[in-house]
Design a protein around this ligand. Structure first.
Ligand code: IFM
Length: 449
């Protein structure tokens, strides 16, 4: 018989989005250009040739979107602020129309008893700051603090949950090393510099957010993954340690006061001829600023195999019954369970929120007008089971935000990957609750399943 899984009292049930992925209105009401506007207006960068110019048109449809959130019974909504909507040139003159949009959004959420979780940076850097060098430059960290000050002065009386950055690894490495995200650069040193300045700006902003927003909870969201060696061999173990340093410890260690991991620094210096000379006195103390929670974005896990041992073998192995999402990511709820326990025991964050979890599958609009997204429903259910097991082990998990509230602009994949629990028809902007949304509504109502 299936057992009822009950979550702790006051568990925060939410959904997440980000500005560039849903808002559209890319140049309306005084908004400045972002690096993602520039990137997706550059031919060849986005799979389907699309842009975020209209996206879900949420900038104009926010009221009806809030009504849908209310219908789902969401307790919280995680969204991000578009920096160039508020400060078109990145610093200096404030665009009041931009701030007013977020003022209305926050008020609309509170009227519907939905708690706003605000992310300050979800990758849409003002292009004007990129023109001056972007995140590889220390000045961008200073600009971020000014931006954090402007936003938290305006919203800090009502917003009490702040996330400084979303997934610094993605912003730094996919944008500055792999080149598949804006600003599309390919240089290891630039990626390391970007990574440091993002973390530094986080540390500096924590204090500003606390000052402007009394009794607020402040944290950062990381993309984190469980990493397993492909075999018990020493070589595969070393490969797993390296991948863990690159994806996880490069961010976790400095945030939790341990400085940069020595193995990652050695790799940067020896393999890339790099220098950590961008780290100045006091930076590591600033990065380790006390936070109230850690935001965890988790979708899959990694299996690491030593490249030399892997000759004639596939680069990654999978377990026998592995299922993959449309992103090619292995479905592995056990990986979330292991990750949460590891974070709890290795770093002891006061509190953890899963700020993103979900899956892209090729949804079909059925003849009955519904979207029967059985695979997504199972995905969320199984990951929630894993999260629940982690809570039983003592992990201080306080909430779960599904990615995403609705189908949206999936970065370099354009509109080809659907992550939403709400289906969006991008021809006419019609929204339809998928079966996963209807199921999630029940989970929220029952605080479990
Ligand atoms: O869509 C993204 C989101 O912006 C950041 N985390 C991962 C999601 C799925 O790729």
């Amino acid at each position: 018989m299936n057992q009822f899984i009950s979550f702790p009292e006051n568990f925060v049930w939410g959904a997440a989005t980000s500005s560039h992925q849903i808002e559209g209105a890319w140049n309306e009401d005084g908004k400045g250009e972002s690096i993602w506007d520039r990137f997706n207006h550059t031919p060849g960068k986005i799979w389907d040739g699309s842009t975020g110019d209209i996206a879900c048109d949420h900038y104009h449809r926010w009221r009806e979107d809030l009504d849908r959130m209310q219908k789902l019974g969401l307790k919280a909504y995680r969204f991000s602020i578009s920096w160039p909507r508020v400060l078109p040139k990145g610093r200096g003159k404030v665009n009041q129309a931009g701030l007013d949009f977020y003022n209305r959004l926050v008020d609309g959420l509170l009227e519907r008893e939905i708690t706003p979780f605000v992310t300050l940076y979800h990758w849409d850097l003002p292009q004007a700051l990129q023109d001056k060098g972007g995140w590889p430059e220390r000045a961008t960290a200073h600009a971020f603090v000014e931006y954090a000050d402007v936003v938290s002065r305006a919203l800090g009386d009502r917003v009490k949950h702040w996330i400084t950055h979303n997934e610094p690894w993605v912003a730094a490495f996919m944008g500055h090393l792999l080149g598949v995200h804006a600003p599309g650069l390919q240089d290891f040193t630039l990626a390391m510099r970007a990574s440091h300045h993002i973390l530094l700006s986080h540390g500096w902003a924590v204090e500003v957010l606390r000052r402007n927003s009394a009794n607020a909870q402040v944290g950062i969201t990381l993309s984190l993954q469980d990493v397993t060696p492909a075999s018990p061999s020493h070589a595969d173990y070393q490969a797993a340690r390296h991948l863990d340093a690159y994806l996880n410890r490069l961010f976790l260690d400095p945030l939790y006061g341990r400085g940069y991991p020595a193995d990652m620094v050695a790799y940067f210096q020896q393999e890339h001829g790099g220098s950590m000379n961008f780290v100045q006195a006091g930076d590591l103390e600033a990065i380790a600023a006390h936070t109230d929670f850690l935001g965890v974005n988790n979708y899959t896990r990694q299996i690491a195999r030593d490249a030399r041992a892997a000759e004639n073998l596939p680069p990654t192995i999978t377990t026998e019954n592995s299922e993959f999402t449309e992103m090619g990511w292995e479905v592995c709820p056990e990986g979330l369970y292991r990750l949460l326990n590891r974070l709890h025991f290795d770093y002891q964050p006061r509190c953890i929120y899963i700020t993103e979890n979900g899956a892209a599958f090729p949804d079909q609009l059925s003849e009955d007008g519904r979207v029967h997204d059985e695979a997504r429903l199972r995905f969320i259910r199984d990951y929630l089971r894993a999260a629940h097991r982690a809570i039983q082990c003592g992990v201080p998990l306080a909430g779960y935000f599904v990615w995403s509230l609705m189908d949206n602009f999936e970065w370099a994949y354009g509109y080809t990957k659907r992550f939403g629990i709400i289906y969006v028809d991008f021809e006419n902007q019609q929204r339809i609750f998928k079966d996963s949304a209807l199921w999630f509504r029940e989970v929220i109502a029952n605080n479990g399943f």
